[in-house]
Design a binder for this molecule. Structure first.
Ligand SMILES: Cc1cc2nc3c(=O)[nH]c(=O)nc-3n(C[C@H](O)[C@H](O)[C@H](O)COP(=O)(O)OP(=O)(O)OC[C@H]3O[C@@H](n4cnc5c(N)ncnc54)[C@H](O)[C@@H]3O)c2cc1C
Length: 217
C-alpha cells in the first residue's frame, strides 16, 4: 500500500482559524501563534464543521478492491478509481492478507485460485468478451488505485472509524497512514488522534480542559 498526499489546502489551520473566528468575532485575537490553540479548541468542543473549509487529496495505490469498496462508502468524499471496465487486469497484483501469508497451506489455496481466475480472465478476453464482463471472474484481492478528496472533518471521521480496533486490517492500515500524513500537515486538527502500539487509532481528550477558557473570551 502506498498513500501519497497530492494536494492540500495551503495554510489549512490558519484558514480554519480565520473561518472559526467569524463565529466569535474574535479576529483581533489572531496572531502568528494563535491558530494551534484555536484549532484544538474547536476540535475539543466538537465544533468540527469549521474543519470543512480545508481539504486534502490522496493517491492510494496497492490496496485491494475489498478495501476500496469499504472506502467508497464514505459519501462525503470524492473518488476517482482505476476502472476494471477500461483497464486490462491481466498484470494487476493482488493483496495477500498476512494471516493467509503466514500459513503455507492457506497461501497455496490463495495462489491457486488467483492463478485460475487470472487464467479464466485472460481466456475470456481472448474470446472477445468485453473487459467489463471478463472481470466478473476476478477476485476482490486484486489491487486498485484510487484518488480520494475529503475535507478535514470527513478525514477525521474516516480515520476514527476505519482506524478503530473493529475495522478490517487493510482499511485500518490505510486509516493510520492517512493519520500519519495529516499529522505532518495539520498537527492540531489531528492532535487528539493517535496510533497506539497495536496500530489502532485512539482518541484522547487531552485538550478539553486547556481550551475551555479561550471559547468563553
Ligand atoms: C467496523 C465497521 C464495520 C462495518 N460493517 C458494515 C457492514 O457489515 N455492512 C455495511 O453495509 N456497512 C458496514 N460498514 C460501513 C458503514 O455502515 C458506513 O457505510 C461507512 O462506515 C461510512 O460511514 P458513515 O456513513 O458514517 O460516513 P460517511 O458517508 O463518510 O458520512 C460522514 C457522516 O456524515 C453524516 N451523513 C452522511 N450521509 C448522511 C445521510 N444520508 N444522512 C444523515 N447523515 C449523513 C453522518 O453523520 C456520517 O457519519 C462498516 C463500517 C465499519 C467502520
Amino acid at each position: 500500500m502506498q498513500v501519497d498526499l497530492i494536494s492540500i489546502t495551503p495554510d489549512a489551520e490558519r484558514l480554519i482559524e480565520e473561518a472559526g473566528r467569524t463565529c466569535y468575532q474574535s479576529h483581533k485575537r489572531a496572531s502568528e501563534a494563535s491558530s494551534a490553540g484555536f484549532v484544538r479548541m474547536l476540535v475539543s468542543r466538537g465544533h468540527t464543521s469549521v474543519l470543512e473549509h480545508a481539504k486534502a487529496t490522496f493517491r492510494i495505490r496497492g490496496i485491494s478492491r475489498i478495501a476500496s469498496h469499504q472506502l467508497v462508502r464514505h459519501r462525503l468524499c470524492s473518488f476517482s478509481q482505476m476502472s476494471q471496465r477500461y483497464v486490462l487486469q491481466e498484470d494487476v497484483d493482488a493483496v495477500v492478507p498476512p494471516r493467509i501469508s503466514a500459513s503455507e497451506q492457506a497461501r497455496k489455496i490463495f495462489d491457486d485460485i488467483l492463478k485460475a481466475s487470472r487464467q479464466a480472465y485472460t481466456e475470456l478476453v481472448k474470446l472477445g468478451i468485453a473487459k467489463e464482463d471478463a472481470r466478473f471472474v476476478l477476485p476482490g484481492a486484486l489491487e486498485t488505485e484510487i484518488v480520494l478528496t475529503a475535507n478535514f472533518r470527513e478525514l477525521r471521521h474516516i480515520i476514527e472509524i476505519r482506524g478503530s480496533r473493529d475495522a478490517q486490517w487493510e482499511v485500518r492500515k490505510l486509516a493510520t497512514e492517512l493519520l500519519r500524513i495529516m499529522k505532518l500537515h495539520a498537527p492540531n486538527v489531528f492532535a487528539d488522534l493517535t496510533i497506539n502500539e497495536e496500530g489502532v487509532v485512539v482518541r484522547t481528550d487531552q485538550d478539553r480542559q486547556e481550551t475551555k477558557t479561550e471559547v468563553r473570551s
